[in-house]
Design a protein around this ligand. Structure first.
Ligand SMILES: [Ca+2]
Length: 193
């Protein structure tokens, strides 16, 4: 019996390893819900799908709606996507992992992202750091990836000046990284103002 249990454990471990090796993790972001109600993890993979894992505790039982927003938990802006409900049993603990499509991952790029759970008039939020997408494994024919360090998303090109940024209708931009395009000469964190 013990041998059988060990074998099953090994098979499960192998299956898990096979599943996780299909996508290489680009970056994970962790966040906490207010009032110690659990945690959320947002993972971005190099094939540009993403997953959101929610783990909650001390929550009111019921099926909570789940949505991702741009912004922070104190200041939600645009809704990105509504995910399937999170069913919390009595006892208040639940865990669920959601797969998020490429287009949704692209909408999150370059922004702070928050997850909001709602049940009736109650809600709780958690916010992640600014989300970046991997700049790898994109064919040159589709150069619409996001340069790290700017919000909103700017494309990855050899160079970009403020005239280009204004022509795209994206000025001014918030500089959140090393400013590779040198858009913020006076260093106040805002480029092309
Ligand atoms: Ca500036």
């Amino acid at each position: 019996m013990r041998a059988l249990t060990l074998t099953l454990t090994c098979l499960l471990a192998l299956a898990f390893a096979a599943e996780t090796s299909a996508a290489t993790l680009h970056r994970s972001y962790n966040a906490s819900f207010s009032a110690s109600r659990g945690t959320a993890t947002l993972s971005i993979y190099t094939n540009r799908t993403a997953s959101v894992a929610l783990s909650v505790k001390s929550m009111t039982a019921g099926t909570w709606t789940v949505a991702l927003y741009k912004g922070t938990r104190a200041s939600l802006s645009t809704k990105i996507v509504t995910l399937a409900g999170l069913r919390v049993p009595s006892g208040g603990r639940a865990t669920r992992t959601y797969s998020v499509s490429e287009s949704v991952a692209e909408r999150m790029c370059g922004s702070r992202v928050a997850v909001k759970l709602t049940l009736g008039s109650r809600s709780t939020c958690a916010s992640f750091a600014t989300v970046s997408l991997p700049g790898v494994s994109v064919s040159p024919a589709t150069p619409s990836n996001c340069q790290a360090g700017y919000s909103p998303c700017l494309p990855i090109v050899d160079d970009l000046d403020c005239a280009d940024v204004r022509a795209m209708g994206k000025a001014p931009v918030r500089v959140t990284g090393s400013d590779p395009y040198r858009l913020d000469r006076d260093g106040d964190g805002i480029g092309c103002e």
